[in-house]
Write a protein that binds this ligand. Sequence first.
Ligand code: ZN
Length: 336
Amino acid sequence: MRASDLLHPRPEGLYCPPGDFFIDPVRPVNRALITHGHSDHARSGHGSVLATQQTLDIMGLRYGADFAGTTQAAAFGEMIAIDGVDVSFHPAGHVLGSAQISVEYQGRRIVASGDYKRQKDATCAPFEPIACDVFITEATFGLPVFRHPPDTEEIARLLKSAAQFPERSHLVGAYALGKAQRVMRLLRDAGYDKPLYIHGALARLSEYYQSQGIDLGELEPATVESGGKQDFAGAIVVGPPSAFADRWARRFPDPISCFASGWMRIRQRAKQGGVELPLIISDHADWDELIITIKETGAEEIWVTHGREEALVRWCELEGIAARPLHLVGYEDEGD
Ligand SMILES: [Zn+2]
């Protein structure tokens, strides 16, 4: 049996014929295995969903309790047999609950890593390299130019600016699942103990993180109903990037616009978006992390999903590792 008989792309997503399931399908299917809660990977309307409990909880928060016909929780490392295919979930270090999915059949193992990173992140379990024959990797930042600095350095720049401009507010754009909570946790780890103000779109997910033992400190709603503009002087406000373009953002005094994203490595991108303080904080592997991870899995073959496939495929070939792009569509990269 060839590896591509065990998993291959279909319009709905990656399909496993012997197990009759899809991984992160972008259209409703009968049986879905889901790596993590970002909306491009976790969609509603499947017959059944197998995912970690945290990913199931997050899907419930986003789509409502009836997001799938039936659900089953997979604990990390637990072997689950699906029609003779052995499936197991392992931490991916991307966001809370995120997992790589190992698919094993007739002595061959393929690991679909979903989205992942190797940088330390106190808001989720760290990535575990899994030995496999075929490793399926993303390539969101699959170019050597992408090297993420330590997140602590980026947060230190934010805190320095907040100290420099005590009369202004700092608006930090961060995606609602994962990035926002990571930024808040990094601020706490750096010793920032004032309340953090959050946009309403972050409230339920942040509450959920807190319920899972991830301490984000005191969070306050970023609304001016009860006070005036000056109440936000010196405040750090966290919200989804989309919110900063609309009226909501105008309630804050002389705001400094910040954006936490791996894309902030590209100065022009920050400039075009009107970002004054770009923070290079990514939930995806950078070039070095991709390379290290590919080596650590020991895989003899690499399949590259979404992102900048060509450079990574080329690097693999030069290293004598077989590689090919999968050309999966529909992954819009919510998390970065
Ligand atoms: Zn993601």
